[in-house]
Ligand binder design. Structure first.
Ligand SMILES: [Zn+2]
Length: 274
């Protein structure tokens, strides 16, 4: 069995500032900085619910501006850090100070965490080609203790990216049995993600039955994988069970979507390509 090592340092304790004054929370303070990569490969810093992008490199230090600096609020908060003390792939910076300018807006720890999650999924996926994406996503979501709200905040394109890659692979003429399993599992993950994403956009209460169904199916898939890995079940049985599970889940989700009257995206394509 492939041992997948995902290290995620939970710094949520350090990013919680209990203060009687809302204002003082908006002043940049020392703390542990989380880093995630932008789509172009640059570093973004997360500190106490605020995101920073590079402003300019200085002698022995880097100046970072709040990501909201170009938005309507024209936030003028800036922080200083050391130069990269990590590696090229996994950057790390230490907080040095700030320009003592209050943020013009509130921070968002949820958004911060989701951004870090997305970046780590991409990074882990790139470096563990043989591990099913759903396993990466599930393990990472677990180790980062993502809440349902945060799961729902993961943008659609982040999960569709994965599907697009898998779809291309499914179209290859020599599809291995292992790739097929991977596809099935990923399909399930996509449905699960969709579920939480659609939930987050709803105002009506969460449908407990469906939610529990999703979690239940997820557990069953993990169990089947484990059984197969220790030769507890035959491959044929495993495949049949997996496809049944995914099919059931998809039908549930599809029905729900119809009920909601959501004319959503091109998700059906992924399924038909199987
Ligand atoms: Zn700001």
């Amino acid at each position: 069995m492939t041992e997948l090592k995902i290290s995620y340092k939970d710094d949520s304790s350090s990013s919680i500032n209990i203060s009687s004054s809302q204002q003082s929370n908006r002043l940049p303070q020392a703390g542990e900085i989380s880093v995630y990569k932008s789509t172009r490969g640059g570093d973004f810093l997360c500190l106490h619910g605020y995101t920073y992008q590079i402003d300019r490199r200085m002698k022995n230090k880097i100046k970072w501006k709040c990501k909201e600096s170009r938005n309507k609020t024209r936030c003028g908060s800036k922080i200083y850090t050391t130069e990269n003390v990590g590696t090229d792939r996994i950057s790390a910076y230490k907080y040095l100070g700030s320009n003592d300018v209050f943020h013009s807006h509130d921070g968002d720890n949820d958004q911060n965490k989701v951004a870090i999650f997305q970046s780590q999924v991409k990074d882990t996926g790139t470096n563990n080609r043989t591990v099913p994406p759903s396993r990466i996503i599930n393990q990472l979501a677990t180790s980062m203790k993502l809440t349902d709200k945060q799961l729902g905040m993961i943008p659609l394109h982040a999960t569709l990216c994965y599907n697009a890659v898998l779809q291309r692979r499914a179209q290859q003429s020599h599809l291995s049995i292992w790739t097929l399993i991977e596809l099935l599992i990923t399909e399930e993950t996509a449905v699960r993600m969709k579920h939480f994403q659609s939930l987050s956009g709803k105002t009506k209460p969460i449908n407990k039955t469906i939610r529990n169904g999703v979690i239940n199916i997820n557990q069953q898939i993990n169990l089947l994988n484990q059984k197969l890995e220790v030769n507890d079940i035959e491959l044929d049985d495993c495949l049949i069970s997996l496809s049944t599970l995914v099919g059931v889940k998809y039908d549930q989700w599809h029905k729900q979507r119809k009920k909601d009257g959501r004319a959503d995206d091109s998700d059906d394509q992924t399924r038909t390509s199987l």
